[in-house]
Ligand binder design. Structure first.
Ligand code: HEM
Length: 223
């Protein structure tokens, strides 16, 4: 039991925090996206309540941001290597038994045919013209493929979505300012080997809803 818990912790901790940090980075860099997501939350959720997982179907733009963060910077950009158990032929290529095979998630995320202007952070690419999610069931390649696909993906999805919803419903995320009030610019830089995460960056958080803030603090202090 301890070993299973440790595996879940190790596999889930770095990936999930990477996605949350990328989300905050994206919100600093794209105030228009942040404002649209907060407006959606304020339209759907009572002003003294934090969005819950039940609100998810009514908050497609927030879900689109989640999908776009996964695409923008997949936490494991070169996937997890696997070895073939027998000879195989794929698309005319012979793959011998024992060959190391990995799915290049970074290349998938930058495929211009699927994601035009792929380096741009644009949650709208996951929405239909009338604002619905193109694919309501998250089966993102970021979680791997086949038999060894990430078993924590549903948990991760709910946990990250809930964190994103709580952050945006309570806090305005912005650039930090220097002592003279000038904006401190940041650029998205990543570090790591197999799992990547944003390099530390400066930003500021300002509460925009005291009722929700109190509720969030109460939840965080709950023992
Ligand atoms: C956004 C967060 C996450 C991402 C992007 C992610 C991604 C991945 C990827 C790419 C793999 C390898 C799949 C393959 O081999 O094809 C994997 C495996 C795994 N993940 Fe996740 N993961 C996340 C969160 C979690 C969480 C929260 C847990 C546990 C609670 C978890 C548990 C695992 C385990 C146990 C494996 C190994 C599965 C196996 O080898 O059979 N992951 N994950």
């Amino acid at each position: 039991m301890k070993a299973v818990a440790l595996t879940g912790y190790l596999a889930g901790m770095e990936t999930t925090t990477s996605v949350v940090h990328s989300f905050i980075l994206a919100m600093v860099l794209h105030p228009d996206v942040q404002a649209r997501a907060r407006a959606e939350i304020n339209r759907v959720v009572k002003h003294d309540q934090i969005p819950s997982i039940d609100d998810r179907v009514s908050l497609p733009y927030l879900s689109a941001i989640f999908l776009e963060v996964l695409r923008w910077h997949p936490p494991i950009p070169l996937g997890i290597p696997h070895a073939t158990t027998q000879d195989d032929v794929y698309d005319g290529y012979f793959i011998p038994k024992g060959a190391i095979v990995t799915v290049n998630q970074w290349a998938l995320s930058r495929d211009e045919d699927t994601f035009p202007d792929a380096s741009r952070f644009d949650p709208s690419r996951h929405l239909t013209i009338d604002g619905k999610l193109k694919d309501p069931i998250v089966n993102h390649y970021t979680f791997g493929h086949g038999r060894r696909i990430c078993p924590g993906r549903w948990f991760a999805e709910n946990a990250v979505w809930t964190a994103m919803a709580a952050i945006l419903s309570v806090l305005h995320v912005d650039h930090s300012r220097d002592p003279h009030g000038h904006r401190i610019d940041i650029k998205p830089e990543y570090t790591g080997l197999m799992a990547i995460h944003p390099k530390p960056f400066q930003c500021s958080f300002e509460s925009v809803n005291t009722a929700r803030e109190e509720q969030l603090r109460a939840v965080m202090n709950f023992k």
